[in-house]
Design a protein around this ligand. Structure first.
Ligand code: NDP
Ligand code: OXD
Length: 308
C-alpha cells in the first residue's frame, strides 16, 4: 500500500522523512516515481494528474497540499473519492502572522511613512487607537477565525462575513449576500480570506469598494481572480480606498510592468502569506488516514456542491 505525493519535490523530501518516522508501513512515493499504480491508495497533490483513477485504480482519498482547492478539477475525481483540503496548525500560524503585520502596517500608517522616507521627510502623524479602526474579514472559516482571534486582542472592533450564519466570541458576524453591505459599511480594513468559487470570483470590485467607508484599505490573501484589478486601481487613484496589501494576484506571477508593481499605495508579496508546513501537515494527513481506515469522517472534506 502506498501514498503518492505530487507537488514541490523539496517539500516532498520533508514529507518523506516525516512519513518514514510516523508511518513506516505506508510506502511514500514522490511523483513521477509512482511505483506500482495499483498500490497507491492515497494521493496528496497541489494539482492531481488529469485522470487520477485511470492512472491509480485503487485510489481511496485525494488530499490537497493547500488549504484552497480551486486549482483542482474536481470533476476529474469521481464522487466516491473524497477530496480533503489542508487544515493544519502551521498554515494557520503563518496566515495569522501575515494578516496581523498587514493590518498593523495599515493601522500604523506605514504606507505614508514609506512615502515620507522616499521624500526624506520627518513628520509625525497622530496615532489612532485600535478601538477606532474597524476590521472586517470576508470568510470566517479556519483561517478567518484564527486571524480575528488575534486581531481582536489588539482592540480592533472585529466583524466577519460568511455564507452561513456563525457565532464567534467578540466578533460581529454577518452572513449571506443580503448582509454584505452592512458588513462593508462598518469596515475600515477589509481582509479577504474567501475560497475562490463561482460566487467569490470578481467579488472585490467597484460594488464592494463603494460600499466601504471612504479611505478604507484592503488586505487580499484569498485568490487573485477574486479581485478586479482595474476597479482597485480606480478606487485607489480616486482616494476612495487608501491602500491595498496583495499577496495573491491574477495571473501569478504578476507580470513585469503590471501597474500594481509600482503603485505607491499597493504592497505586493508573491503568494507567501502562508504555506503548509511539512511536519504538521503530515501529522494532519496521517490523522485523517487513521480516521478513514476506522470508518470515521475525515477533517476538511471538500463539499463539491458548494465548491470549497
Ligand atoms: P474555509 O473553507 O475554512 O473557510 C471559508 C470561509 O469562506 C467560510 O467562512 C465560508 O462560509 C466563507 N465563504 C465561502 N463562500 C462564501 C460566499 N459565497 N459568501 C460568503 N462567505 C463565503 O477556508 P480557509 O479559511 O481554510 O481558507 C480560506 C482561503 O484562504 C483558501 O480557500 C485559500 O483561497 C486562501 N489561502 C491563501 C493562502 C495564501 O498564502 N495567500 C494560504 C492558504 C489559504 P461558511 O462558514 O458559511 O462555510
Ligand atoms: C493554500 C495556499 O491554499 O498556499 O494553501 O494558497
Amino acid at each position: 500500500m502506498s501514498f503518492l505525493y505530487k507537488s514541490d519535490p523539496v517539500r516532498g523530501a520533508q514529507w518523506a522523512q516525516r512519513f518514514a518516522q510516523k508511518a513506516p508501513d505506508l510506502a511514500f512515493r514522490i511523483w513521477p516515481d509512482i511505483g506500482d499504480p495499483k498500490a497507491v491508495r492515497y494521493l496528496a497533490a497541489w494539482q492531481p494528474p488529469d485522470d487520477p483513477v485511470a492512472l491509480l485504480p485503487n485510489l481511496e482519498v485525494v488530499f490537497s497540499v493547500g488549504a484552497g482547492i480551486d486549482q483542482f478539477d474536481l470533476s476529474s475525481v469521481p464522487a466516491h473519492i473524497p477530496v480533503v483540503r489542508m487544515i493544519e496548525p502551521g498554515i494557520v500560524e503563518g496566515m495569522v502572522e501575515y494578516v496581523t503585520q498587514a493590518v498593523l502596517t495599515i493601522h500604523r500608517d506605514l504606507f505614508d511613512y514609506a512615502a515620507q522616507q522616499r521624500a526624506q521627510v520627518w513628520r509625525e502623524k497622530p496615532v489612532r487607537a485600535a478601538a477606532s479602526r474597524r476590521v472586517g474579514v470576508l470568510g470566517i472559516g479556519t483561517l478567518g477565525q484564527a486571524v480575528l482571534d488575534m486581531l481582536r486582542r489588539f482592540g480592533f472592533p472585529c466583524a466577519g462575513w460568511s455564507r452561513t450564519p456563525r457565532t464567534l466570541d467578540g466578533v460581529d458576524c454577518y452572513a449571506g449576500d443580503a448582509a454584505l453591505d452592512a458588513f462593508l459599511a462598518r469596515t475600515d480594513i477589509l481582509i479577504c480570506l474567501l475560497p475562490l468559487t463561482g460566487s467569490t470570483r470578481g467579488l472585490l470590485g467597484a460594488r464592494v469598494f463603494d460600499a466601504l467607508p471612504a479611505g478604507a484599505s484592503l488586505v487580499q490573501v484569498g485568490r487573485g481572480p477574486q479581485l478586479d484589478a482595474a476597479a482597485l486601481l480606480a478606487a485607489l487613484d480616486s482616494g476612495r480606498l487608501d491602500s491595498a496589501i496583495l499577496d495573491v494576484t491574477e495571473p501569478e506571477p504578476l507580470p513585469a510592468g503590471h501597474p500594481f508593481w509600482t503603485h505607491p499605495r499597493i504592497r505586493i508579496t508573491p503568494h507567501i502569506a502562508s504555506a503548509t508546513r511539512p511536519g504538521t501537515a503530515v501529522d494532519a494527513v496521517l490523522a485523517n488516514i487513521a480516521r478513514h481506515r476506522a470508518g470515521q469522517p475525515m477533517i476538511g472534506v471538500v463539499d463539491r456542491a458548494r465548491g470549497y
